[in-house]
Ligand binder design. Structure first.
Ligand code: GTP
Ligand code: MG
Length: 195
């Protein structure tokens, strides 16, 4: 997809704030600091439309970005960040769970994993949970620039095995830094939002 326009729409904390125009939505889930917001920026060729930070916990609400009047990216708060209070974690958990189970325009969830590290328990739970609700998932292994290409396969296998990835679910190698995987991810997204 050639991105000609991208726009921040809203930082939503309640379902009433979600857009009502019915455009297809692609959500990004993953650990705090894994690179969700950076991935959005790379996909739309913007340096900092989605706010990123080397400090975990930057994204705190469901942030909506409208792309080409064709779809929304929905950037989630990251999970697994120890400094987030228990109460805050429960609030986010409930907000994300509600979103994923009832959001009609949701067409695809990108589960973002750091290629360098084995998936966390939270990643495993998230993947199982998405499968349980029968949501279309694509695993995106990001920060691929940090691992030499000769070692990619080894890391991919670790991720696939830990998540017990189902046949048919795709895994895409990605780097927001180097631009790896961008075209492949766009074509996968295009397929899902056309369905
Ligand atoms: P939260 O909003 O806290 O959940 O974090 P996030 O998942 O949105 O992560 P963010 O995009 O803010 O990136 C976190 C850090 O990782 C930043 O310092 C980024 O520059 C860095 N980063 C993200 N993607 C990549 C990548 O592909 N390669 C490299 N080398 N660094 C990356
Ligand atoms: Mg973020």
């Amino acid at each position: 997809m050639k991105v000609t326009s991208s726009e921040f729409i809203i930082s939503a904390v309640r379902p009433e704030q979600y857009p009502e125009d019915g455009l297809p939505e692609v959500a990004l889930a993953g650990r705090s600091n894994v690179g969700k917001s950076s991935l959005i920026n790379r996909m739309i060729n913007r340096k900092n439309l989605a706010r990123t930070s080397s400090t975990p916990g930057k994204t705190q609400h469901l942030n909506y970005y409208r792309i080409n009047d064709a779809l929304y990216f929905v950037d989630f708060p990251g999970y697994g960040y120890a400094k987030v209070s228990k109460v805050q974690r429960q609030v986010w958990g409930k907000m994300i769970e509600e979103f994923l189970t009832v959001r009609e325009p949701l067409k695809l969830v990108l589960l973002i994993i750091d290629l360098r590290h084995p998936p966390s328990k939270d990643d495993e739970l998230m993947y199982d949970w998405l499968k349980h609700y029968d949501l279309p998932v694509c695993v995106v292994a990001t920060k691929a620039d940090k691992i030499p290409k000769s070692r990619w396969q080894k890391h991919i296998k670790i991720i696939k095995d830990a998540l017990v990835m189902r046949a048919g679910d795709e895994l895409i190698m990605f780097s927001s830094e180097a631009g790896i995987g961008k075209d492949q991810l766009w074509s996968l997204i295009s397929r899902h939002i056309e369905d």
